[in-house]
Design a protein around this ligand. Structure first.
Ligand SMILES: [Fe+2]
Ligand SMILES: [Fe+2]
Length: 140
């Protein structure tokens, strides 16, 4: 199964809180990719819980910073939640591998999503906070 190899130059968005969340996403995705049948469901549950919080946090950042044009970003999150919930249904129905298999789609998704939509959010937050408190990152 595919895994994400964190590279600071590529993945860090220089926003402490968002980078911490993304580190956790990477760790949980990688753990699911190598899960045994017996641990697959608990690792998918952890990733699902993480994604719920991760996406809710980003949504809150969008709202409090009045970020324009957030629909595409939010829809992208919803699509991932639907995919993970579908994998959970399959696992609960006894289909081993359904959790591991989603990581093959999650890895390219994260590479794309973090470098575009999340990067734009991070930039927006940094710009917004600089206007109020020069030199202090919004989500640092
Ligand atoms: Fe994110
Ligand atoms: Fe996002």
């Amino acid at each position: 199964m595919a895994q994400i190899h964190w590279q600071e130059a590529q993945h860090a968005l220089q926003t402490g809180s968002m980078d911490l969340i993304h580190h956790e996403f990477v760790a949980l995705t990688n753990a699911l990719a190598v899960a045994a049948d017996a641990t697959e469901i608990i690792r998918l549950e952890r990733l699902l819980g993480h994604c719920r919080d991760h996406f809710a946090q980003e949504r809150m950042w969008m709202e409090i910073s009045h970020m324009p044009s957030t629909e595409h970003h939010l829809r992208d999150h919803e699509a991932i939640m639907a995919m993970l919930e579908g994998a959970m249904r399959d696992l609960r129905a006894g289909k081993h591998g359904a959790g591991r298999n989603v990581t093959d789609r999650l890895v390219p998704w994260f590479e794309q999503h973090s470098s575009t939509l999340d990067a734009a959010l991070a930039f927006h937050l940094q710009q917004g906070m600089h206007k109020q408190r020069p030199g202090i990152p919004a989500v640092g």
